[in-house]
Design a protein around this ligand. Structure first.
Ligand code: SF4
Length: 449
């Protein structure tokens, strides 16, 4: 590994896409800090820019390229590195792009530090000045993400991830435990276990052919192990597949008190024929069974999901079925995506691609439902004592407020009476009193827990 020490060199990071990308950028950032680089916001001039790209939709592709070009505009002498999924998928065109110096696909991502250092060590960039809005994605300082597996073997018809990230690869429990312990020692109180297909965690470490056979046992073992770490107050899970939610799995994980009652169960469509075309391998009946199991073991768990609208062939009727299903489940939060054609996937060549105007209308309608459901879910907690892990100070109507989340990932805010932000990273009791339009809840502050 290159151990070159750099003085006065600056580096800026931009992360697009999923939590796994955020995790990977965080690791890279740490390596550069240790090598003597100063990390600066992406909106300022830097010697090196690293854009961790995403290719999940067309918009993600465009944004990735835009950020790479923005970096070069901020300092045309800077070294600009593209890494990640879009860098993998569009490697040829990015390599021809004069504004981009280094292209690192997913298979070489683990060597990104060495590759970039190798490139920059012989050059001496000249710093220019620039003044744009800060679009840097901030590191969260109270919540840490740990990637426990990469890749996916599922091949949903709309998704490019298995092609750009490859097949399932899990990290050992001991390796993840060590990392979680270090994070707790650095003061992180919440650990988010994340991965590309988290439900498959551990399948590649056993003789089993699929995660269905395993019933989430490796994931449960991992959660239990992390829960032993002093200083870790909360463990949150990233996105899960409904098929991992068996009685045995829920019984097991519900015995771990530190695990947050927040489950992001990927749905994608609430209409069976669409799920079939997506090759999602479960139907709405199996999904609601999973929801009911979680509700049996947890009091008002936060159930969140992703929904795609305008998948090829989705009729008005199918969309309405999906919308009604979403209402029936009563999600706490919903991420709505318009279907985006990804070259090389089965869905990209399906007939009856949906018109962009129709997709926009459906996304708007689903989005309104999502906002409504989030407010309804939030109202259930009015007047109840909640534990808020305080993350930052924001301004609302000119007044300073602390904000953070409870175990169910509801955003809570309460007035900040001090000037030194001393409650950040503390867990305090609050009493929710009013749900805002965006789902955040204004609370009264009680006392530290
Ligand atoms: S499960 Fe499907 S949507 Fe998720 S990463 Fe794998 S192929 Fe993509």
């Amino acid at each position: 590994m290159c151990k070159m020490s750099v003085k006065n060199n600056s580096i800026a990071f931009m992360t697009l896409g999923c939590k796994v990308n955020q995790y990977e950028t965080g690791k890279l950032r740490k390596q550069f800090e240790e090598a003597g680089f100063k990390v600066v916001p992406f909106s300022t001039a830097a010697d090196v820019y690293v854009v961790n790209t995403c290719t999940v939709t067309n918009i993600a592709d465009r944004k990735s390229r835009k950020m790479l070009h923005r970096a070069k505009r901020l300092n045309d002498k800077a070294v600009v590195a593209a890494l990640g999924c879009f860098a993998e998928a569009a490697a040829d065109s990015l390599k021809e792009d004069e504004g981009i110096d280094i292209v690192i696909g997913n298979k070489d991502k683990h060597e990104a530090f060495d590759i970039i250092m190798e490139y920059v060590k012989d050059i001496n960039p000249v710093i220019s000045t620039a003044d744009e809005d800060d679009n840097d994605v901030c590191n969260e300082h109270v919540r840490a993400y740990i990637k426990v597996q990469d890749g996916c073997n599922q091949f949903c018809t709309y998704c490019k991830i298995p092609y750009v990230r490859g097949r399932l690869k899990s990290r050992s429990i001991s390796e993840v435990f060590k990392e979680a312990k270090e994070l707790a020692e650095r003061g992180y109180r919440e650990i988010v276990i994340t991965g590309i297909h988290l439900s498959s965690y551990g399948v590649d470490m056993t003789e089993c052919k699929s995660f269905i056979e395993l019933q989430g046992k490796p994931l449960y073992e991992l959660i239990k192990k992390i829960a032993e770490i002093p200083g870790v107050d909360r463990i949150r899970l990233g996105s899960l597949e409904p098929r991992i939610i068996t009685e045995e799995f829920v019984k097991n994980v519900s015995s771990v008190d530190k695990l947050c009652p927040h489950f992001h169960l990927s749905l994608q469509s609430g209409c069976d024929p669409v799920l079939l075309r997506m090759k999602r391998k479960y139907d709405t009946k199996e999904y609601i069974d999973a929801v009911n199991l979680l509700r049996k073991y947890y009091d008002e768990p936060a159930l969140t999901t992703d929904i795609i609208v305008g998948f090829p062939g989705e009729t008005d009727e199918e969309f309405e079925t999906s919308l009604e299903y979403v209402k029936k489940v009563g999600f706490a939060a919903l991420h709505v995506f318009k279907y985006s054609k990804r070259d090389g996937t089965a869905a990209a060549v399906m007939k009856d691609q949906v018109d962009e105007d129709i997709k926009n209308k459906r996304a708007g309608k689903m989005g309104e439902t999502a906002d409504f459901l989030a407010r309804e879910y939030g109202k259930k907690f009015i007047g109840h004592m909640e534990r808020c892990l305080v993350e930052e100070v924001i301004y609302i109507g000119g007044a300073r407020y602390y904000t953070g989340h409870n175990e169910r990932y509801i955003k809570l805010a309460f007035e900040c009476e001090d000037t030194d932000d001393k409650l950040i990273n503390e867990i305090v009791y609050v009493i929710p009193k009013k749900v805002c339009d965006d789902g955040m809840i204004i609370c009264d502050h009680k006392k530290p827990c």
